[in-house]
Design a protein around this ligand. Structure first.
Ligand code: ATP
Length: 360
C-alpha cells in the first residue's frame, strides 16, 4: 500500500462491515443552475447510530446544501441516501424520520413553549402530549418556562426549545445547521456542551453543519472537512487536526506551518532543521507543523529566528517569527515571553504531519 492509499483508507470511518450504518450517502451531487459548478460534488460517507458528525468548511463549500438533501428539502442531481440500508433519496422530508434545527430556530412566535413542543408530537395520543412535552422541556432545563412565548427567552433558551421540539418528534437523526451561531461566546460554549450531553444521553445521531473549527472539534465524534463541494477528509477530531489529509485541511483547522522537506525514513531535513515525521517517507515531502508543537528559546545568534509579531491570547502567546526570509508561527504558554525584535531558536517538540498534496 502506498502512502496515498494508506491515507485514504484511514480517512474513512473504520467500522466493521457487519454494523449497519444509520445513514449512508453515496456520491451525492447537486448543481443549482446548469451553468454553475457543482455545489456538492460526489459526497459519500456513512454515519453509525449514536454518532455525532460535523460537516466543516468555509462559506459556500456546500455544507447546507448537503444537509438539505439529507433532510429531503433539496433533490440531488445524482447519488443516493440510505437510512438503515433503505434508499430514501426520493422520499419527502416528513417520511424520513429526520429532525432539523434551523439556524434561526424557526419557533412559532404566537405559541407558548408547550405549544411549540406539542406541535411536533402528532404521533403521541392527545391525552399524553402535554405530559410528554413537559418532559422534553425538562430535559432541556426549561419546564418552568412552559407557559412563556419564544420572545420572552434568551437566544440560548430559544435554541434549547427548538431542540426540545425537534427531539419531541423522536427522530432517529437530528440535523443542525449552524445552531450556535446566534449565541455569544460564553453561551455558545455552554449550550454546545449541554446539547452534546443531551444527544449522547438520548443516543440520538446528529449531523451538524458549521464553519467554526473549534465547534466541530469539540462537539463531534467525526469531522468531515468540505472544500468546494467535496468532502476532503472524514475522521476523528484528533486525526483531522493532527493528521490533515491536505494543506487546506491543515490550515482550516487552525494555525499551521507548511514546510517542504527531504525525508529519509522517519526524519526530514527542513528549513527548521531535522524534524521527526508522523510516518516513514522517502524524498521530497510537504509537511504541516502545528505552532504549539514548536518550542522557542532565547538566542543571541542573528541567524536564528527574529520575533516579528506577538499576540497575547490569555492562556498563550501567538508569535510570528522570521528566519531566512520565511515566516513561521509558534504558540507558547503565556509565561514564555519574548520581545518583538529579539531572536529565538525554533525547535520542533513533536513530529510533523506528512501532507500528500503539494498545494501549498
Ligand atoms: P455557508 O456556510 O455560507 O452557509 P455552505 O457551505 O452551507 O455556506 P451552501 O449554502 O451549501 O454552502 O452553498 C453551496 C454553493 O451553492 C454556493 O456556491 C452557493 O452560492 C450555492 N447555492 C446555495 N443555495 C443556492 C440556491 N438556492 N440557488 C443557487 N445557488 C445556491
Amino acid at each position: 500500500m502506498n502512502f496515498m492509499q494508506n491515507l485514504a483508507s484511514t480517512s474513512l470511518s473504520a467500522t466493521p462491515a457487519s454494523i449497519q450504518p444509520l445513514m449512508r450517502v453515496e456520491q451525492l451531487c447537486k448543481r443549482y443552475n446548469q451553468q454553475d459548478a457543482l455545489a456538492v460534488n460526489q459526497v459519500s460517507f456513512s454515519l453509525q447510530p449514536g454518532d455525532i458528525l460535523a460537516l466543516l468548511g468555509p462559506s459556500g463549500c456546500g455544507k447546507t446544501t448537503t444537509l438539505r438533501m439529507l433532510a429531503g428539502f433539496e433533490h440531488p442531481e445524482s447519488g443516493q441516501i440510505f437510512l438503515h440500508g433503505k434508499d430514501v433519496t426520493e422520499l419527502p422530508p416528513q417520511d424520513r424520520k429526520i429532525g432539523i434545527v434551523f439556524q434561526d430556530y424557526a419557533l412559532f412566535p404566537h405559541m407558548t413553549l408547550l405549544g411549540n413542543v406539542t406541535f411536533a408530537m402528532r404521533h403521541v395520543p392527545k391525552a399524553e402530549q402535554q405530559k410528554k412535552a413537559l418532559e422534553w422541556l425538562d430535559l432541556v432545563g426549561l419546564a418552568a418556562y412552559s407557559k412563556r412565548h419564544p420572545h420572552e427567552l434568551s437566544g440560548g433558551q430559544q435554541q434549547r426549545v427548538a431542540l426540545a421540539r425537534t427531539l419531541a418528534a423522536e427522530p432517529e437523526l437530528v440535523l443542525l445547521d449552524e445552531p450556535f451561531s446566534n449565541l455569544d461566546a460564553a453561551l455558545r460554549e455552554s449550550t454546545r456542551k449541554e446539547m452534546r450531553a443531551l444527544f449522547k444521553k438520548a443516543g440520538t445521531s446528529v449531523i451538524l453543519v458549521t464553519h467554526d473549527q473549534a465547534e466541530a472539534l469539540t462537539f463531534a465524534d467525526k469531522v468531515g472537512v468540505m472544500q468546494q463541494g467535496r468532502l476532503i477528509q472524514l475522521d476523528t477530531p484528533q486525526r483531522v487536526y493532527h493528521h490533515p489529509a491536505t494543506a487546506f485541511v491543515a490550515k482550516f483547522l487552525g494555525h499551521t506551518n507548511l514546510l517542504q522537506g527531504m525525508a529519509e525514513g522517519s526524519l526530514a531535513q527542513t528549513p527548521l532543521g531535522t524534524i521527526n515525521l508522523s510516518g516513514n517517507f522517502e524524498g521530497a515531502v510537504n509537511l504541516s507543523l502545528r505552532p504549539e508543537d514548536l518550542t522557542l528559546t532565547a538566542s543571541d545568534d542573528p541567524a536564528a529566528a527574529k520575533v516579528v509579531d506577538r499576540e497575547f491570547r490569555g492562556h498563550d502567546y501567538l508569535y510570528v517569527l522570521e528566519q531566512d526570509g520565511a515566516q513561521y508561527c509558534a504558540i507558547t504558554p503565556s509565561h514564555h515571553y519574548f520581545e518583538v525584535g529579539s531572536y529565538v531558536a525554533i525547535q520542533s517538540a513533536r513530529h510533523a504531519s506528512i501532507l500528500p498534496d503539494s498545494n501549498h
